[in-house]
Design a protein around this ligand. Structure first.
Ligand SMILES: NC(=O)c1ccc[n+]([C@@H]2O[C@H](COP(=O)([O-])OP(=O)(O)OC[C@H]3O[C@@H](n4cnc5c(N)ncnc54)[C@H](OP(=O)(O)O)[C@@H]3O)[C@@H](O)[C@H]2O)c1
Length: 292
Protein backbone atom coordinates (compact mmCIF):
# COMPACT_ATOMS: atom_id res chain seq x y z
CA UNK A 1 0.00 0.00 0.00
CA UNK A 2 1.65 3.16 -1.21
CA UNK A 3 -0.34 5.71 0.80
CA UNK A 4 -0.91 6.84 4.36
CA UNK A 5 -4.35 5.96 5.64
CA UNK A 6 -5.89 7.13 8.89
CA UNK A 7 -8.55 4.85 10.37
CA UNK A 8 -11.00 6.51 12.77
CA UNK A 9 -12.90 4.61 15.46
CA UNK A 10 -9.73 2.54 15.73
CA UNK A 11 -10.41 1.50 19.33
CA UNK A 12 -13.85 0.21 18.30
CA UNK A 13 -14.83 -3.12 16.76
CA UNK A 14 -15.04 -1.95 13.18
CA UNK A 15 -11.97 0.28 12.91
CA UNK A 16 -9.75 -2.16 14.79
CA UNK A 17 -10.81 -5.05 12.56
CA UNK A 18 -10.19 -3.02 9.39
CA UNK A 19 -6.66 -2.30 10.61
CA UNK A 20 -6.23 -6.01 11.40
CA UNK A 21 -7.21 -6.96 7.86
CA UNK A 22 -5.03 -4.26 6.28
CA UNK A 23 -2.04 -5.71 8.14
CA UNK A 24 -3.02 -9.31 7.40
CA UNK A 25 -3.31 -8.51 3.71
CA UNK A 26 0.17 -7.03 3.53
CA UNK A 27 -0.08 -3.30 4.30
CA UNK A 28 2.87 -1.90 6.18
CA UNK A 29 2.12 -0.63 9.69
CA UNK A 30 4.14 2.47 8.76
CA UNK A 31 1.35 3.47 6.35
CA UNK A 32 -1.45 3.00 8.89
CA UNK A 33 -2.51 5.68 11.36
CA UNK A 34 -5.20 5.33 13.99
CA UNK A 35 -7.40 8.14 15.29
CA UNK A 36 -8.05 7.48 18.97
CA UNK A 37 -9.51 9.41 21.85
CA UNK A 38 -7.39 7.53 24.36
CA UNK A 39 -3.86 6.29 23.70
CA UNK A 40 -4.25 4.05 26.72
CA UNK A 41 -7.06 2.19 24.93
CA UNK A 42 -4.91 1.74 21.81
CA UNK A 43 -1.77 0.16 23.27
CA UNK A 44 -2.33 -2.97 21.19
CA UNK A 45 -2.34 -0.92 17.98
CA UNK A 46 0.83 0.90 18.97
CA UNK A 47 2.48 -2.44 19.70
CA UNK A 48 1.76 -3.44 16.10
CA UNK A 49 3.64 -0.39 14.81
CA UNK A 50 0.56 1.71 14.03
CA UNK A 51 1.01 5.44 14.65
CA UNK A 52 -1.59 6.84 17.02
CA UNK A 53 -3.14 10.25 16.41
CA UNK A 54 -5.20 11.62 19.24
CA UNK A 55 -8.39 13.33 18.14
CA UNK A 56 -12.06 13.70 18.83
CA UNK A 57 -14.91 14.25 16.36
CA UNK A 58 -16.11 17.02 18.68
CA UNK A 59 -12.80 18.87 18.45
CA UNK A 60 -12.17 20.28 14.97
CA UNK A 61 -8.61 21.44 15.58
CA UNK A 62 -7.64 18.00 16.93
CA UNK A 63 -8.86 16.52 13.64
CA UNK A 64 -6.90 19.05 11.57
CA UNK A 65 -3.78 18.15 13.53
CA UNK A 66 -4.42 14.40 13.18
CA UNK A 67 -4.99 14.62 9.41
CA UNK A 68 -1.54 16.15 8.70
CA UNK A 69 0.41 13.95 6.27
CA UNK A 70 -2.57 11.65 5.68
CA UNK A 71 -3.58 10.67 2.11
CA UNK A 72 -6.78 8.74 2.74
CA UNK A 73 -9.35 8.55 5.52
CA UNK A 74 -11.25 5.47 6.68
CA UNK A 75 -14.06 7.29 8.42
CA UNK A 76 -15.99 5.11 10.85
CA UNK A 77 -19.30 6.78 11.72
CA UNK A 78 -19.67 8.06 15.27
CA UNK A 79 -21.62 6.16 17.90
CA UNK A 80 -23.34 9.14 19.55
CA UNK A 81 -26.61 9.33 17.64
CA UNK A 82 -27.52 12.75 18.99
CA UNK A 83 -24.16 14.47 18.50
CA UNK A 84 -22.83 12.81 15.39
CA UNK A 85 -24.40 15.17 12.84
CA UNK A 86 -22.09 17.99 13.92
CA UNK A 87 -19.22 15.55 14.57
CA UNK A 88 -19.35 14.27 11.00
CA UNK A 89 -19.41 17.84 9.65
CA UNK A 90 -16.19 18.44 11.59
CA UNK A 91 -14.54 15.35 10.12
CA UNK A 92 -15.45 16.19 6.51
CA UNK A 93 -14.45 19.85 6.83
CA UNK A 94 -11.11 18.89 8.40
CA UNK A 95 -10.54 16.27 5.68
CA UNK A 96 -11.22 18.79 2.94
CA UNK A 97 -9.00 21.46 4.46
CA UNK A 98 -6.25 18.85 4.94
CA UNK A 99 -6.46 17.82 1.25
CA UNK A 100 -7.34 14.22 2.05
CA UNK A 101 -7.61 12.49 -1.33
CA UNK A 102 -10.15 9.75 -0.60
CA UNK A 103 -12.75 9.19 2.13
CA UNK A 104 -14.13 5.71 2.85
CA UNK A 105 -17.27 6.00 4.97
CA UNK A 106 -19.30 3.44 6.95
CA UNK A 107 -22.86 4.41 6.09
CA UNK A 108 -26.13 2.55 6.55
CA UNK A 109 -28.50 0.73 4.16
CA UNK A 110 -31.95 2.18 3.85
CA UNK A 111 -34.71 2.59 1.33
CA UNK A 112 -36.98 5.19 2.88
CA UNK A 113 -35.02 8.43 3.18
CA UNK A 114 -37.94 10.47 4.53
CA UNK A 115 -38.72 11.45 8.09
CA UNK A 116 -41.50 8.84 7.98
CA UNK A 117 -38.90 6.06 8.11
CA UNK A 118 -39.13 4.15 11.42
CA UNK A 119 -35.35 4.56 11.68
CA UNK A 120 -35.19 8.16 10.45
CA UNK A 121 -33.18 9.20 13.50
CA UNK A 122 -30.39 6.75 12.64
CA UNK A 123 -30.53 7.17 8.88
CA UNK A 124 -30.58 10.99 8.85
CA UNK A 125 -26.92 11.53 9.76
CA UNK A 126 -25.75 8.92 7.28
CA UNK A 127 -27.76 10.50 4.46
CA UNK A 128 -26.44 13.97 5.35
CA UNK A 129 -22.88 12.68 5.72
CA UNK A 130 -22.95 10.95 2.34
CA UNK A 131 -24.16 14.18 0.74
CA UNK A 132 -21.50 16.25 2.49
CA UNK A 133 -18.72 13.86 1.44
CA UNK A 134 -19.91 13.86 -2.15
CA UNK A 135 -20.23 17.62 -2.36
CA UNK A 136 -16.78 18.12 -0.76
CA UNK A 137 -15.23 17.08 -4.07
CA UNK A 138 -13.04 14.45 -2.37
CA UNK A 139 -13.02 10.98 -3.92
CA UNK A 140 -15.13 8.63 -1.87
CA UNK A 141 -16.32 5.09 -1.33
CA UNK A 142 -19.53 4.70 0.64
CA UNK A 143 -20.24 1.41 2.40
CA UNK A 144 -23.96 1.20 3.07
CA UNK A 145 -23.65 -1.38 5.81
CA UNK A 146 -26.63 -3.54 6.65
CA UNK A 147 -27.20 -4.34 10.33
CA UNK A 148 -24.52 -6.42 12.00
CA UNK A 149 -25.59 -10.04 12.20
CA UNK A 150 -23.63 -10.10 15.46
CA UNK A 151 -26.34 -7.86 16.96
CA UNK A 152 -29.20 -10.19 16.01
CA UNK A 153 -29.43 -11.85 19.45
CA UNK A 154 -30.39 -8.43 20.84
CA UNK A 155 -33.69 -8.82 19.01
CA UNK A 156 -34.35 -12.16 20.76
CA UNK A 157 -33.27 -11.55 24.32
CA UNK A 158 -31.01 -13.91 26.26
CA UNK A 159 -33.46 -16.79 26.67
CA UNK A 160 -34.70 -17.27 23.13
CA UNK A 161 -34.55 -21.07 23.42
CA UNK A 162 -37.05 -20.86 26.29
CA UNK A 163 -39.12 -17.82 25.33
CA UNK A 164 -39.14 -17.90 21.54
CA UNK A 165 -38.96 -14.72 19.48
CA UNK A 166 -41.33 -11.87 20.31
CA UNK A 167 -40.99 -8.99 17.86
CA UNK A 168 -43.39 -6.99 15.68
CA UNK A 169 -41.34 -7.50 12.52
CA UNK A 170 -44.00 -9.37 10.55
CA UNK A 171 -42.76 -11.28 7.57
CA UNK A 172 -40.06 -8.73 6.79
CA UNK A 173 -36.87 -10.20 5.43
CA UNK A 174 -33.37 -8.91 6.02
CA UNK A 175 -29.80 -9.45 4.87
CA UNK A 176 -27.77 -8.79 8.01
CA UNK A 177 -24.06 -9.59 7.62
CA UNK A 178 -21.18 -10.34 9.97
CA UNK A 179 -19.34 -7.20 11.06
CA UNK A 180 -16.04 -8.97 10.61
CA UNK A 181 -16.80 -9.76 6.98
CA UNK A 182 -17.85 -6.16 6.40
CA UNK A 183 -14.47 -5.04 7.73
CA UNK A 184 -12.62 -7.53 5.54
CA UNK A 185 -14.48 -6.27 2.46
CA UNK A 186 -13.65 -2.70 3.53
CA UNK A 187 -9.94 -3.56 3.75
CA UNK A 188 -10.12 -5.18 0.30
CA UNK A 189 -11.51 -1.94 -1.11
CA UNK A 190 -8.85 0.20 0.57
CA UNK A 191 -6.12 -2.05 -0.82
CA UNK A 192 -7.79 -2.55 -4.20
CA UNK A 193 -8.34 -0.45 -7.29
CA UNK A 194 -11.35 1.01 -9.09
CA UNK A 195 -13.48 1.87 -6.05
CA UNK A 196 -13.47 5.66 -6.47
CA UNK A 197 -16.84 7.36 -6.18
CA UNK A 198 -18.79 4.16 -5.61
CA UNK A 199 -21.66 3.34 -3.24
CA UNK A 200 -21.66 -0.27 -2.06
CA UNK A 201 -24.56 -2.10 -0.43
CA UNK A 202 -22.86 -4.23 2.21
CA UNK A 203 -25.46 -6.90 2.83
CA UNK A 204 -25.65 -10.65 3.00
CA UNK A 205 -26.32 -12.50 -0.26
CA UNK A 206 -29.48 -14.05 1.14
CA UNK A 207 -32.50 -12.71 2.97
CA UNK A 208 -34.17 -14.33 5.94
CA UNK A 209 -37.24 -13.69 8.10
CA UNK A 210 -37.90 -14.27 11.80
CA UNK A 211 -40.15 -17.18 10.75
CA UNK A 212 -37.08 -18.76 9.10
CA UNK A 213 -34.99 -18.06 12.19
CA UNK A 214 -37.55 -19.73 14.47
CA UNK A 215 -37.39 -22.81 12.22
CA UNK A 216 -33.57 -22.87 12.34
CA UNK A 217 -33.56 -22.45 16.13
CA UNK A 218 -36.12 -25.27 16.39
CA UNK A 219 -33.82 -27.56 14.38
CA UNK A 220 -30.82 -26.61 16.52
CA UNK A 221 -32.63 -27.17 19.82
CA UNK A 222 -34.81 -30.10 18.75
CA UNK A 223 -37.84 -28.36 20.17
CA UNK A 224 -40.42 -25.92 18.85
CA UNK A 225 -39.16 -22.33 19.01
CA UNK A 226 -41.95 -19.94 18.16
CA UNK A 227 -41.96 -16.57 16.48
CA UNK A 228 -44.68 -14.28 17.82
CA UNK A 229 -45.39 -11.12 15.84
CA UNK A 230 -47.33 -9.02 18.38
CA UNK A 231 -49.24 -5.83 17.75
CA UNK A 232 -46.64 -3.01 18.12
CA UNK A 233 -48.66 -1.51 21.01
CA UNK A 234 -48.67 -4.82 22.88
CA UNK A 235 -44.93 -5.13 22.20
CA UNK A 236 -44.24 -1.73 23.75
CA UNK A 237 -46.44 -2.46 26.78
CA UNK A 238 -44.76 -5.83 27.32
CA UNK A 239 -41.27 -4.31 27.19
CA UNK A 240 -42.33 -1.49 29.49
CA UNK A 241 -43.72 -3.97 32.06
CA UNK A 242 -40.41 -5.86 31.85
CA UNK A 243 -38.61 -2.64 32.86
CA UNK A 244 -37.01 -1.80 29.51
CA UNK A 245 -36.27 1.94 29.40
CA UNK A 246 -38.25 4.20 27.02
CA UNK A 247 -35.26 4.70 24.70
CA UNK A 248 -34.68 0.97 24.34
CA UNK A 249 -38.36 0.39 23.58
CA UNK A 250 -38.32 3.10 20.90
CA UNK A 251 -35.18 1.67 19.32
CA UNK A 252 -36.43 -1.93 19.30
CA UNK A 253 -39.85 -0.86 17.95
CA UNK A 254 -38.25 1.29 15.23
CA UNK A 255 -35.96 -1.51 14.07
CA UNK A 256 -38.78 -4.07 14.13
CA UNK A 257 -41.02 -1.82 12.05
CA UNK A 258 -38.16 -1.09 9.65
CA UNK A 259 -37.55 -4.82 9.21
CA UNK A 260 -41.29 -5.31 8.61
CA UNK A 261 -41.19 -2.61 5.92
CA UNK A 262 -38.24 -4.28 4.17
CA UNK A 263 -35.65 -1.60 4.98
CA UNK A 264 -32.96 -4.28 5.42
CA UNK A 265 -33.90 -6.53 2.52
CA UNK A 266 -31.27 -6.54 -0.20
CA UNK A 267 -30.79 -8.12 -3.60
CA UNK A 268 -27.28 -6.73 -4.00
CA UNK A 269 -24.16 -8.89 -4.07
CA UNK A 270 -21.58 -6.18 -3.39
CA UNK A 271 -20.34 -7.80 -0.18
CA UNK A 272 -19.97 -11.18 -1.90
CA UNK A 273 -18.04 -9.58 -4.77
CA UNK A 274 -15.77 -7.60 -2.47
CA UNK A 275 -15.06 -10.65 -0.31
CA UNK A 276 -14.74 -12.92 -3.37
CA UNK A 277 -16.81 -15.53 -1.52
CA UNK A 278 -20.33 -15.87 -0.16
CA UNK A 279 -20.80 -14.10 3.18
CA UNK A 280 -21.53 -16.29 6.20
CA UNK A 281 -25.24 -17.12 6.16
CA UNK A 282 -27.61 -16.41 9.04
CA UNK A 283 -28.14 -20.16 9.37
CA UNK A 284 -24.41 -20.84 9.86
CA UNK A 285 -24.18 -17.95 12.32
CA UNK A 286 -27.13 -19.23 14.37
CA UNK A 287 -25.72 -22.75 14.45
CA UNK A 288 -22.36 -21.45 15.65
CA UNK A 289 -24.05 -19.25 18.22
CA UNK A 290 -26.66 -21.62 19.66
CA UNK A 291 -25.62 -25.19 18.88
CA UNK A 292 -23.70 -25.70 22.14
N1 LIG B 1 -24.58 -1.61 11.04
C1 LIG B 1 -24.78 -1.83 12.33
O1 LIG B 1 -25.46 -2.82 12.75
C2 LIG B 1 -24.20 -0.94 13.36
C3 LIG B 1 -24.36 -1.25 14.71
C4 LIG B 1 -23.78 -0.43 15.66
C5 LIG B 1 -23.07 0.68 15.25
N2 LIG B 1 -22.94 0.97 13.93
C6 LIG B 1 -22.18 2.16 13.46
O2 LIG B 1 -20.90 1.71 13.05
C7 LIG B 1 -19.87 2.38 13.81
C8 LIG B 1 -18.75 1.41 14.10
O3 LIG B 1 -19.26 0.29 14.79
P1 LIG B 1 -18.41 -0.40 15.93
O4 LIG B 1 -19.06 -1.71 16.13
O5 LIG B 1 -16.97 -0.31 15.65
O6 LIG B 1 -18.75 0.58 17.17
P2 LIG B 1 -17.89 0.70 18.51
O7 LIG B 1 -17.19 -0.56 18.82
O8 LIG B 1 -18.81 1.30 19.51
O9 LIG B 1 -16.76 1.79 18.13
C9 LIG B 1 -17.05 3.14 17.94
C10 LIG B 1 -15.71 3.84 17.75
O10 LIG B 1 -15.98 5.23 17.49
C11 LIG B 1 -15.13 6.00 18.35
N3 LIG B 1 -15.76 7.28 18.67
C12 LIG B 1 -16.98 7.48 19.22
N4 LIG B 1 -17.17 8.81 19.40
C13 LIG B 1 -16.05 9.42 18.95
C14 LIG B 1 -15.63 10.78 18.92
N5 LIG B 1 -16.41 11.77 19.40
N6 LIG B 1 -14.43 11.06 18.40
C15 LIG B 1 -13.61 10.08 17.95
N7 LIG B 1 -13.94 8.78 17.96
C16 LIG B 1 -15.14 8.46 18.47
C17 LIG B 1 -15.02 5.15 19.62
O11 LIG B 1 -13.91 5.60 20.38
P3 LIG B 1 -13.76 5.21 21.95
O12 LIG B 1 -13.15 3.84 21.97
O13 LIG B 1 -12.86 6.26 22.48
O14 LIG B 1 -15.14 5.24 22.57
C18 LIG B 1 -14.80 3.78 18.98
O15 LIG B 1 -13.47 3.64 18.57
C19 LIG B 1 -20.61 2.89 15.07
O16 LIG B 1 -19.94 3.99 15.59
C20 LIG B 1 -21.97 3.22 14.50
O17 LIG B 1 -21.97 4.48 13.84
C21 LIG B 1 -23.46 0.17 12.99
Amino acid sequence: MNKNILVTGATGHFGKAVIGYLLQKGASPSNIFALVRSEEKAKDLKAKGITLKVGDYDNFSSLKEAFKGIDELMFVSGSDIVKRGKQHENVIKAAKESHIKHIYYTSFVRKNETQASPIALLARTHIDTEKAIKSSGTKYTIFRNNLYMDGLPMFFGNNVMETGIFLPAGNGSFAFALRNEMTEATANVILGKGHENKDYDISNSENITFHDIAKILSQISNKKITYTDPDPKVFKETLSKAGVPEEGIALASGFAEAIKQGEFTSDKKDLEHLLERKPTSLETFLKQMYAS
